[in-house]
Ligand binder design. Structure first.
Ligand code: ADP
Ligand code: ADP
Ligand code: ZN
Length: 215
């Protein structure tokens, strides 16, 4: 069988990036993530797309969505070269969901849910490796040596948008734009709701079971 095509949905801080790493390791699929792709291209010129701002940076720092045309192009290109994949951070509104339907079918759609207060604690305490992008948390997932990435020795930093103000805005943007996307996929044959509040290992085991049962 060809590799599974997996969509991972959930609010900012639900653990999508962290669990995508486990999925990649276990299933050998590609991690396609709009967040990382945009962070690597924060200052690209998007003015020819008739957008409010000239680069993704302004949208991202405030926690607003980057215009659809920009992210649709990123995902389209990434998916054409992927066999199996775990898609994380897209689609974030119903128009993006309609675009995705024109690009590929999906085998598994996982929705990770976590309460709002837990999300705020996870996001404001998140630290990421400046070199390889690995996720850590000051309390829940500490590296062996403070401030240093276990995987590559890189420096751990706090993302610009992981401050309380941008975090609250991102959670509002999720409720308004992305919660309808989760509801839209509830009818999909491969849909599964996973409780994202447990420990890292508990959540991984629930995700692994969900993928096994649907592929
Ligand atoms: P988180 O890990 O908190 O869910 P991401 O890394 O996925 O955040 O995204 C960071 C920011 O990048 C978002 O707040 C948004 O500005 C932009 N972004 C990422 N994916 C999309 C998308 N599919 N549509 C529009 N903007 C996006
Ligand atoms: P997302 O990609 O959905 O925004 P991340 O995977 O970056 O979320 O996780 C957000 C933060 O929460 C990170 O600091 C991560 O270490 C931490 N985290 C992820 N999963 C859990 C969990 N099950 N319990 C506690 N903290 C977690
Ligand atoms: Zn690293």
């Amino acid at each position: 069988m060809s590799q599974p095509r997996i969509l991972l949905l959930g609010p900012p801080g639900a653990g999508k990036g962290t669990q995508s790493g486990n999925i990649v390791e276990a299933y050998g699929v590609e991690h396609v993530t709009t967040g990382d792709a945009l962070r690597a291209n924060k200052d690209m010129d998007i003015s020819d797309m008739d957008t409010e701002y000239d680069t993704p940076r302004e949208y991202m720092e405030q926690g607003d969505l980057v215009p659809d045309a920009v992210v649709n192009a990123i995902v389209e290109e990434a998916l054409t070269s992927a066999d199996g994949f775990v898609l994380d951070g897209y689609p974030r509104n119903l128009d993006q969901a309609a675009e995705l339907e024109g690009m590929t079918d999906l085998d598994v759609v996982i929705s990770l849910s976590v309460s709002t207060e837990e999300l705020v604690d996870r996001l404001t305490g998140r630290r990421v490796c400046d070199d390889c992008g690995e996720n850590y948390h000051v309390e829940f997932d500490q590296p062996d040596e403070e401030g240093v990435c276990d995987e590559c020795g890189g420096e751990l930093i706090q993302r610009d948008d992981d401050n309380e103000e941008a975090v609250r805005n991102r959670l509002d943007v999720f409720e308004e734009n992305t919660a309808p996307v989760v509801d839209h996929y509830r009818d999909h044959d491969g849909f599964v709701d996973v409780d994202g509040e447990g420990s890292l290992d508990e959540v991984w085991s629930a995700i692994d079971d969900a993928i096994e049962s649907r592929t």
